[in-house]
Design a protein around this ligand. Structure first.
Ligand code: HEC
Length: 143
């Protein structure tokens, strides 16, 4: 390699590293997911089935079945849900996250179609905002 090229490569290496770190985005908080995001997946909205009903059975995006009699997931199940849901978001970028765009109407910035329906018609919907907070790396309040 010529000296000029070697120097160029050396100059660019830190930039590549910074780019990789930025692409990674903020880290997703498990406690926030467990206590704030999961209840949204269980919530019944008028005119819609719960996310849980479809996504704990047939679909590729899969969350855990609740244990008999339980109204929420235990820690181990929540961890598995976290791993599953995390694949559908881009940390730091709610509008690049399918978890947020799939159930959002196209008029409000969502994508064109979700077989499970459009559950939110505005980005200012409090549930949508909570999901967005999680994607932006918001932490659960310290206990
Ligand atoms: C009536 C059943 C049903 C309900 C209720 C439902 N979904 Fe879905 N969802 C589907 C099906 C079927 C697919 C796969 C086909 C598609 O993408 O439309 C899907 C796809 C998705 C995807 C894309 C997964 C991927 O791998 O690309 C996301 C994200 C999603 N749903 C989130 C949600 C959220 C969040 C809720 C609740 C607000 C919800 N869904 C409610 C049926 C449902």
């Amino acid at each position: 390699m010529s000296t000029a090229l070697t120097r160029l490569a050396a100059a660019l290496a830190p930039l590549a590293l910074a780019g990789a770190l930025a692409a990674q985005g903020p880290s997703l908080d498990f406690e926030f997911f467990k206590t704030r995001v999961q209840p949204i997946l269980l919530l019944k909205r008028p005119g819609h089935a719960r996310c849980y009903v479809c996504h704990s059975t047939g679909t590729t995006f899969r969350i855990e079945r609740l244990s008999a009699g339980a109204t929420s997931w235990n820690d181990e199940q929540s961890r598995r849900n976290f791993d599953s849901v995390k694949r559908l978001v881009v940390p730091g970028d709610p509008l690049a996250s399918r978890l947020l765009t799939h159930p959002l109407t196209p008029e409000a910035g969502g994508d064109p179609f979700h077989s499970g329906g459009k559950h939110w018609d505005s980005q200012s919907n409090p549930e949508w905002q909570t999901l967005a907070d999680w994607v932006r790396g918001k932490k659960a309040a310290a206990k």
